[in-house]
Design a protein around this ligand. Structure first.
Ligand code: FES
Length: 301
């Protein structure tokens, strides 16, 4: 495929938009050509007649509300545990004596960095909070575009490293899921059961895992940078893994939202139980399972 030598930035930065011609614009228009209504138009001007504003509005509300809740919960520094349940915002629980504020902040920089630099969330919050642009073919408040090459947006390039840290965090979160199945009697004996908190923590972590597995950076790491799988070391297994991750990646937006909601709900549930607002229902109990292997419970707890 022949390159387009005249293209530098896809935004045509610094090039004044041309007057609208009589023909419909094609994709990959060169700088200076008419790029369609929206670019270079006054903020909000568009020829679109659909409800293009609905998506950025919903994203702003969703991200704003869940982000505010997560920030509030992190600052509390209390009510993050209830029996064998631990809020995912505080896992793994680190409480060094020298740390003056909520222990959540020792951990939350990882998921915050992971989500903040996520390719999907970038699209969502650039549109929802910066109107950059609000939607396709809608006039934006700026006339120039520098991409993500300068500070602070260059930080977005750290996404892969946040993914490595977030993957480590998942191990601790699955440990919390196991602990959420193990309850303790007043006499100190343990038993297996499924309570409301067990399901909330399990759902939260399952969706967080799907969100991580569908990450664009992980997909690229596994096989995205290869031109030829059969020429690469372990090309067959890598192609299989890449294909499966690609299938998950197609639903990354859904996992991003469901996991964000689920992790906030898991914290909310544990918090409400700890504050005595919710009564944690017990759905299934396997009371004598540990009678045969008491060492298992001591190892797990
Ligand atoms: S691209 Fe969204 S988590 Fe990596």
């Amino acid at each position: 495929m022949s390159p387009e030598p005249q293209r530098k930035l896809s935004s045509s930065a610094g090039v004044a938009p041309a007057a609208a011609p009589s023909y419909r614009p094609a994709t990959c228009t060169p700088p200076g050509a008419w790029r369609g209504a929206g670019y270079g138009q006054p903020f909000g001007a568009t020829e679109r007649t659909d409800t293009w504003w609905l998506m950025p509005l919903a994203q702003a509300l969703g991200l704003g509300l869940l982000g505010l809740y997560a920030t509030w919960a992190a600052f509390q520094g209390a009510h993050y545990e209830f029996g064998n349940y631990l809020s995912p915002f505080y896992s793994p629980l680190l409480k060094p004596a020298w740390w003056p504020i909520s222990p959540a902040f020792l951990i939350l920089w990882i998921p915050a960095g992971f989500r903040g630099t996520c390719y999907y969330y970038r699209k969502a919050y650039y549109r929802a909070f910066f109107a950059d642009p609000s939607a396709c073919a809608v006039g934006e408040p700026r006339k120039g575009y520098r991409g993500e090459v300068g500070f602070p947006w260059a930080i977005q390039n750290l996404h892969r490293y946040f993914m490595y840290f977030a993957s480590i965090l998942l191990v601790f979160l699955w440990w919390d899921v196991i602990r959420a199945f193990i309850f303790t009697d007043p006499d100190g004996s343990h038993y297996l059961a499924i309570g409301g908190g067990t399901l909330a923590i399990l759902a939260s972590n399952a969706l967080l895992t799907m969100y991580s597995l569908s990450c664009h950076s992980l997909r690229h790491l596994v096989g995205g940078k290869l031109d030829c799988f059969s020429c690469a070391v372990a090309g067959g297994p890598r192609h299989g893994a890449w294909s499966r991750l690609s299938a998950l990646n197609a639903h990354h937006m859904g996992y991003a939202w469901w996991s964000l909601f689920a992790v906030c709900f898991a914290d909310f549930y544990v918090r409400m139980c700890s504050m005595g607002v919710f009564h944690d229902p017990m759905f299934v109990t396997f009371r004598h399972l540990f009678d045969y292997a008491p060492k298992i419970s001591h190892f797990l707890l």
